[in-house]
Write a protein that binds this ligand. Structure first.
Ligand code: LLP
Length: 418
C-alpha cells in the first residue's frame, strides 16, 4: 500500500495531488470535489497483486467501495475481477470492462432480475447467503437451461474487532450461513442439476486492522473446506472476502504482504484457488475530498467552521463516527490554535465532517482537504437537501481529468413526474 502522503503532499506551502496544486484544481472544477491520484491507485493495484503473486489468487475489487467507471476500468485493467452486490454494480462493472468469469456476486438480498442478469452475463459464481436464495438461483438457472456456480458464504462467528455497523462475521449479524445450516443446502445442491458447488467463503467485516481475526477466519474456512472435501464435495475456490483496513488516524493496519502471507499460509495446504474481495484497502487512500470554507461561527461552546461539503458528500463521520484527517490546502503560518468543528450546510446537527480538531481557525474562502476519502466516499454520496453530487477528478502527474462531472440541479428532479 502506498502512503497517501506521497501522492497528496505539501509542496511550497500548498497541498498538491501529484503534480497539481489543489488551489488550481479548486479553480478548475469547483468545490466540493473528490480528487483521486492515479499513481496511488496504480501503486495499490500493483502492490496487492504482487503480494499474492506466490499463490493462485483472484482479487475481486468490491465495487461498492468506489464505483466510478473510469477508475474501475483502471482496476480491472490491472488484473482485478469484481465483487458485486447488485444488478447496478454488475452493469457498471461490465461497462468498465470486468471479465464476467472474474465476477463474484455477493450480497444478502439478491433479487430475481439481478440473478437473471448475472446468469446471462456468465459470472464466475454466486456467494449464497440464505436457503431461499439457493432455491431462487436454482429456479432461474433452470428456466435458462443453465447450471449456476454457487459458493456458500459461511458466517464463522468471529469478532473482527471493528465498528459494529461494519462487522459482518458474527451470528448477531444478517450475513452468511452458520456452519450447522450447510448440510441440507449441500444435499440440495448435490441433487439439483441446475446448481454446482464451486466453493465456500466468508467476509467478517471491514476496516479490520488486527490481522488475527482475518487469520482465524481463514483457518476456520480451510478446516471446513477439508471437512467438506472428505465428505466428497468438490470445491475449487475459497473466498476470504475483503476487510483489510487502512490508516485514517493512528491505526497501524497490516501491510499488503503481511495480509497476503497470513492468508496464503492458512490456505496453501488446501490447494484451493483463493479469492479475495478488497475494497477499502485498494482505494481508501487514493482520494481526498476538497472543500471550501464558507465562513466561521463562534458560539459560547464551539468554533464552527462551515464548509461547502456535507454529510451528503461524505457520510462516514456521522454514520460511523469515523475520522478523516482535515488540513488547510494552503498552510498558514503562526496564529493561535483552537478546537474546530467542521460542519456542512445541511440542516442536521449530525452534519459534520470533523470535530474538535486543533488548528488555526480557518477563514471564509480557505480551502480544506479531508484525507482518505477514496473508499465509501463518493460511492455513498446522496443528494440530501437537494444538493447535487460532487464531481470526481482523476489526477495523473500534472494533468487532471473530470471522471464524473458535478451533478446538475436539473438531474436532481429529472426522474420525477410532475
Ligand atoms: N466483500 C463483501 C461481501 C463485503 O460486504 C464488503 C464490504 C467487502 C467485500 C469489501 O470490504 P472492504 O475491503 O472494503 O473492507 N461503508 C462502510 C464499509 C462497509 C463495508 C461493507 N462490506 C464504511 O464506510 O466504512
Amino acid at each position: 500500500m502506498v502512503k497517501d502522503i506521497e501522492c497528496f503532499a505539501v509542496k511550497h506551502g500548498v497541498y498538491h495531488c501529484e503534480g497539481v496544486p489543489l488551489t488550481q484544481l479548486a479553480r478548475a472544477v469547483g468545490t466540493p470535489a473528490y480528487i483521486y491520484s492515479q499513481s496511488a491507485l496504480e501503486a495499490n493495484c500493483a502492490g496487492l497483486i504482487r503480494a499474492f503473486a506466490g499463490y493462485p489468487t483472484l482479487p475481486c475489487f468490491a465495487v461498492k467501495a468506489m464505483s466510478n467507471l473510469t477508475l474501475l476500468r483502471h482496476i480491472f485493467g490491472a488484473g482485478f475481477g469484481a465483487d458485486l452486490v447488485s444488478g447496478g454494480e454488475l452493469q457498471r462493472s461490465l461497462l468498465a470492462g470486468a471479465r464476467p468469469d472474474q465476477i463474484v456476486f455477493s450480497g444478502v438480498g439478491k433479487q430475481s432480475e439481478e440473478i437473471d442478469q448475472a446468469l446471462a452475463a456468465g459470472i464466475l459464481m454466486f456467494n449464497v447467503e440464505s436457503p431461499y436464495e439457493l432455491d431462487l438461483i436454482a429456479t432461474l438457472a433452470g428456466q435458462r437451461g443453465q447450471r449456476a456456480a454457487v459458493s456458500l458464504r459461511v458466517n464463522p462467528n468471529i469478532d473482527a474487532k471493528t465498528n459494529a455497523k461494519i462487522a459482518t462475521g458474527l451470528y448477531s449479524t444478517k450475513f452468511g450461513l452458520p456452519e450447522a445450516a450447510l448440510p441440507p443446502l449441500l444435499d440440495r445442491i448435490g441433487r439439483d442439476p441446475h446448481l454446482e458447488l464451486v466453493g465456500i467463503g466468508c467476509h467478517i467485516g471491514s476496516q479490520i486492522v488486527d490481522i488475527q481475526p482475518l487469520r482465524d477466519a481463514a483457518r476456520q474456512m480451510v478446516r471446513l473446506a477439508s471437512h467438506l472435501q472428505q465428505q466428497g464435495h468438490k470445491l475449487r475456490y475459497l473466498d476470504l472476502g475483503g476487510g483489510l483496513g487502512i490508516r485514517y488516524d493512528q491505526e497501524v493496519p497490516p501491510s499488503f504482504s503481511d495480509y497476503a502471507d497470513a492468508l496464503i499460509q492458512a490456505v496453501r495446504p488446501s490447494g484451493l484457488h483463493l479469492i479475495i474481495e478488497p475494497g477499502r484497502a485498494l482505494v481508501g487512500n487514493t482520494a481526498i475530498l476538497l472543500t471550501k470554507v464558507l465562513g466561521v461561527k463562534t458560539t459560547p461552546e464551539r468554533h464552527f467552521v462551515i464548509v461547502d461539503a456535507a454529510m451528503n458528500d461524505l457520510i462516514r463521520p456521522t454514520l460511523y463516527g469515523s475520522y478523516h484527517e482535515i488540513s488547510p490546502v494552503v498552510a498558514a503560518a503562526g496564529g493561535e490554535e483552537v478546537l474546530c468543528d467542521f460542519v456542512g450546510p445541511i440542516c442536521e446537527t449530525g452534519d459534520f465532517l470533523a470535530k474538535g480538531r486543533r488548528m488555526r481557525l480557518p477563514a471564509g474562502g480557505d480551502l480544506m482537504l479531508l484525507r482518505s476519502c477514496g473508499a465509501y466516499g463518493a460511492s455513498m454520496a446522496s443528494q440530501y437537501n437537494s444538493r447535487p453530487r460532487a464531481p470526481e477528478v482523476l489526477v495523473s502527474g500534472t494533468s487532471h481529468q473530470i471522471v464524473r462531472r458535478r451533478e446538475t440541479p436539473a438531474a436532481l428532479w429529472a426522474d420525477e413526474l410532475v
